[in-house]
Ligand binder design. Structure first.
Ligand SMILES: Nc1ncnc2c1ncn2[C@@H]1O[C@H](COP(=O)(O)OP(=O)(O)O)[C@@H](O)[C@H]1O
Ligand SMILES: [Mg+2]
Length: 247
């Protein structure tokens, strides 16, 4: 099993939308586990049809395995996840051990993280093979990038493990009609260079419908949905290739 973490301590940058679509996409080919670590539980709602009988919080309490619920299996976010943020950091390693115990059960795991650099995100960083960081194309989001990279490196150093593969900063709600965003994107591309993911997810209306219909954009009718589907599937094809996912 290879594990991908989608993280950015900023909220509203498109993390949950990406993880939901990654789950749908990867489950077409791989035994896929999706872990919702955000107590707001938007992902649990969107992927509700695939929720297992194991809550995400259990993975932090003791080494826990999640029985597969078909091609796509989702662990549910609950308010108890807030309890993981106490002083005891042993839960970070327990979470890592829970995932290690499922190595043969799934081909790929995708983790949605809360908008904070806390125990849950550190657990995800300790357990992962690769990190994808959606960003907004605005000053605040771009200013947060250094801290995000520090967290990725810091967790690896603290636990004496190799750094995960950094797949890149992915503009995830990119409004190409906005001149300001296009200009910021150009300057980001110059500064961030290879830190930038080779692709984007544009701001598009069908994503709102994806969340309420609980279905991926590529399953919807219409030209806008088709364009959105092609674009985001291209992003995940690159992710799967760079992570060398296999069945
Ligand atoms: N590419 C996109 N185009 C349009 N709306 C989007 C896009 N990505 C996400 N959204 C919407 O923006 C809001 C925030 O996205 P979300 O994935 O919940 O961000 P986060 O998990 O980082 O807080 C949601 O309402 C979501 O449906
Ligand atoms: Mg979210």
């Amino acid at each position: 099993m290879k594990t991908l973490v989608v993280m950015n301590e900023k909220g509203g940058v498109g993390k949950t939308n990406l993880v939901a679509h990654a789950g749908w996409y990867l489950a077409e080919r791989f035994r896929t586990l999706v872990i919702d670590l955000d107590q707001q539980a938007n992902l649990t709602a969107t992927l509700g049809a695939h929720v297992a009988h194991v809550d995400s919080v259990a993975l932090f309490a003791r080494p826990t395995r999640v029985p597969g619920a078909g091609a796509l299996t989702v662990t549910r976010s609950t308010r108890d996840l807030l309890g993981v943020e106490g002083v005891d950091r042993a839960c970070i390693e327990t979470f890592r051990d829970s995932l290690a115990g499922m190595d043969a059960d799934y081909d790929v795991c995708v983790i949605d993280t809360p908008p904070a650099l806390t125990n849950r995100t550190f657990g995800a960083l300790l357990a992962c093979d690769a990190v994808l960081a959606p960003i907004g194309i605005n000053d605040y989001s771009i200013q947060g990038v250094a801290e995000l990279l520090r967290a990725v490196k810091g967790v690896s150093r603290h636990y004496g493990r190799p750094e995960p593969l950094f797949l890149g900063l992915l503009p995830s709600i990119f409004d190409r009609r906005s001149r300001r965003e296009r200009e910021l994107f150009e300057s980001l591309a110059e500064q961030a260079g290879t830190l930038l993911f080779p692709g984007i997810v544009a701001k598009r209306d069908p994503y709102a419908r994806a969340a309420s219909d609980r279905a991926p954009v590529w399953a919807m009718a219409g030209a806008a949905a088709r364009d959105a589907g092609q674009e985001i599937r291209g992003v995940f094809a690159t992710v799967a290739e760079r992570m060398e996912l296999r069945r």
